[in-house]
Every structure is written in structure tokens, then in C-alpha cells.
Design a protein around this ligand. Sequence first.
Ligand code: CP
Ligand code: NVA
Length: 305
Amino acid sequence: MNHFLKLLDLTKEEIISILDLADQLKTQNKQGIEHHILKGKTLGMIFEKSSTRTRVSFETGMYQLGGHALFISSKDAQIGRGEPTEDTARVLSRYLDGIMIRTFEQEEVETLAKYGSIPIINGLTDFCHPCQVMADLQTIREHKGKLEGLKMCYIGDGNNMANSLIVGGLKVGMSVSIACPKDYQPHADVLAFAAAYGNKFQMTEDPMEAAKNADVVLTDVWASMGQEKEQAIRAAAFAGFQVNDALMAVTNEGCMVQHCLPAHRGEEITAEVFEAHADEIFDEAENRLHAQKAILVTLMADKED
Ligand code: CP
Ligand code: NVA
């Protein structure tokens, strides 16, 4: 694996191997074991959108692995003034050992990978959020003891989270059901991928139908970063697509709830459901750190001959 651009690029074995390493790094982190695996290495972190979790967990993760992370805001860098991504990729490859980028177009991440000569990690695009879903899968496996055979249900916008959850969930052997309003469906490439999984993938406009017998329910904001002006129109379109007590009542006993955060209580999730599942949701947030350290080690550690 040279890059981490989208889960569509990874095999099931690659996903599981990152999750296993994430568990190992988490245990070692709790035991206070220090690492020098990325000693002398620098990760550049380009942000064209806001972030709390992604920025802090990547920066802390690099530090804990013995390396260094550099925050690059597109507002202050030449990339924000139109310097071509092709040139940015080739320049930064001369200084850095890896780049994590959060941006709008998936194309920009793919271009960085094409023109650069160092590993590129997708820290969220409009198309997908693969780092988040690695943390989600780690958390679900931690709580349920397995992934294979579980039913994942996603309620809400067919956005970056939905796209990555569908691909990640199906690849690791879960069945995936998703309820989105008709005009807010997942990306066509993801639906084409999911079609090969037959009845392990279900898509409906009825949240109750999707949630039936679910082992984990996930949701995300109705208006993602960059869609703030659509907030009102989206609030109307998504009415009824809320994770609330009535929806949780049709799920399996012990059903988990995950939210990538930030959450909008009273919109995609009620305060009651959020607080009832807060431990699972904040385990998920913590696992961003461990899952991403596993991605960093997989891509950036010196390979033994
Ligand atoms: N979930 C997530 O990616 O959070 P941030 O936007 O705070 O990085
Ligand atoms: N769908 C959200 C996820 C935030 C982590 C967004 O893109 O803003």
C-alpha cells in the first residue's frame, strides 16, 4: 500500500491488518510504551477545511511515533492562491515524508498522489472520509468482538461518511443498510461497488426499514462543510431522517451508535440517543488517534529488507 486515498483502493486484508495494528498501538499507548518508528520523519497536514479531531489526532499520533507533524493551512500556503496541485506535490515531496490532506475534490488528493513521490493520506474530501471509517470499524470490533456478520445501518445524507461506511462495511463482511432522502443518495461509484454484494446491501428511503435489526447505527450532519448555505433546504429534506428513540427501538438489543462528530443534537440525532451512547461515540473519537497511527506506520515506516 503506497497511499490511503479511499477505501475502494484497499483489500479486506489491508483493512484488517490496519485494524489489528491499531489495536496493538492502542494497547501499547495505554501501557505507556514509547515508539520511535517514525523518528526523523515529517508529515505535512494540508487543511482546506476546518478540523478538530483530524488535526489533533494526526499531530499527536506523529509525535507519539517519534516523528513530527506540520500544519499547513491553505489560507496561508500558495496552494490557496492557485499554485497547481501538481507542483505542490512535487515541491512538498522534496521536504516531507508524507502528506495528509483535507480538501473538497477527491481529484486533488489523487493528483497529489500521482505527482508526488511520498505517501498521501486522505483526511476527508467531499467524496469520502476513510480515516474516520477505520476508527469506526475499530470501535465496532472493540465493542462487539467481531465485524463479520453484523448489520451496519446509516441514516441521513449520502455524503462522504456514507460513501466510506458502505465500502468499508461491505469489505469487512458486514451487511449494510442505508436510508437517505431520494435527492441525497451516495455516490454512483459506491452504489456500483455495493451492487456486487447483492442482498448484503440495502438502500431505502425509510429509516425504520433500514434500522430493523441493526447492530450499529451511524449518522452524520445534514449539511457538510462547504454546504452551509444549503442548511435550511437540507433541514426540510432530512426531516424524519433522525436517529431517535423510536428508531433505536427497532434495532437489535445492544445496538451501538456511532457519530463521526461534530454532532448537531436535535437534527440528525437526539440529545437522548447521543448521551445514551456517548461512551461509544467518544471511544470512536479516541480511536481516530490509534487507527491513524496504524495508517502512518503502514505507509511511512522504513521497510525491512
Ligand atoms: N470527524 C472528524 O473528522 O472531525 P474533525 O472535522 O474535527 O476533524
Ligand atoms: N460530512 C461531514 C463530516 C465531518 C467530519 C463533513 O464533510 O463536513
